[in-house]
Design a protein around this ligand. Structure first.
Ligand SMILES: C[S@@+](CC[C@H](N)C(=O)[O-])C[C@H]1O[C@@H](n2cnc3c(N)ncnc32)[C@H](O)[C@@H]1O
Length: 241
């Protein structure tokens, strides 16, 4: 059975356990200016930059042959890229993944903002596993026979994974919970079975649930004790045979 360690820890102050992490995935505070109840997501520019700077220092401490995937949105994507390239090296930047989720609500004053960005850097001999998906219908019939039986290789814009619905069975009540399917894809792309994964801003522990379901080992941490309580319950359920 895969190992899952869940810690109530603040990465700005506390040390995190060392492993050979294949993937560090962080769905960071985006600086939306909102108070989500479970955590405050509002920083002035200086304190947000300090947060990012410490975040990348922590990442470097734990990276070797590692993929670093940082999820954010339009509020912070420019700073994440800037700080990330500075800390990890522009040449190690691999992809800007766009997760286009289809949620309701349309803006009347401009284009609706319906995507997150996942910035990916790879250090050393980091893993990349190709993932294929069925061809869209227009490639049906005879043409499809000549194409790869498993479909086409996925690209960097993902629009087939919906955001967490209000009625989803996975919903834990944590305000910024991400769908397990999103983490499944990231984990399969950048790790192999029995690898170690780190997420030190884990919220409700989606990374751990996906890691367990995909036979990976995981260390998760969050400074919010409620988040860790929710995450531990989700881990227990995921580990049930
Ligand atoms: C966007 S949420 C993560 C949501 C998560 N991906 C999920 O699926 O539930 C960001 C998390 O970062 C945590 N956080 C913010 N600052 C932190 C710090 N200094 N140390 C640890 N966790 C922190 C917050 O408590 C919050 O749970």
């Amino acid at each position: 059975m895969s190992e899952a360690i869940a810690l109530n820890a603040d990465f700005l102050k506390d040390e995190l356990p060392g492993h050979d992490y294949s993937l560090i995935y962080l769905d960071i505070p985006y600086n939306t200016g909102r108070n989500f109840g479970q955590y405050e997501d509002s920083f002035d520019e200086d304190s947000y930059k300090k947060l990012l700077s410490s975040l990348f220092e922590t990442i470097i401490t734990h990276s070797n042959n590692t993929t670093i995937a940082i999820q954010c949105d339009w509020h912070s994507t420019h700073l994440v890229r800037l700080f990330g390239d500075g800390a990890l090296g522009r040449r190690n930047y691999k992809n800007e993944i766009i997760w286009n989720y289809n949620s309701g609500g349309a803006s009347k004053t401009g284009l609706s903002k319906k995507h997150d960005t996942i910035h990916v850097w790879q250090l050393g001999k980091a893993t990349y596993n190709e993932i294929r998906e069925p061809y869209p219908n227009k490639y049906g019939g005879k043409v499809a026979d000549k194409l790869h039986p498993d479909g086409r290789v996925i690209q960097d814009v993902w629009n087939d994974i919906p955001t967490m619905s209000t009625t989803s069975k996975e919903r834990s009540g944590y305000p910024t919970q991400k769908p397990t399917r999103l983490l499944d894809r990231i984990i399969k792309l950048y790790t192999n079975e029995n690898d170690w994964i780190l997420d030190f801003v884990c919220g409700s522990g989606t990374t751990a649930v996906s890691a367990i379901q995909n036979n990976r080992n995981v260390v998760i941490a969050d400074k919010n004790p409620n988040a860790i309580e929710i995450a531990r319950e989700r881990i227990d359920n995921a580990q049930k045979p």
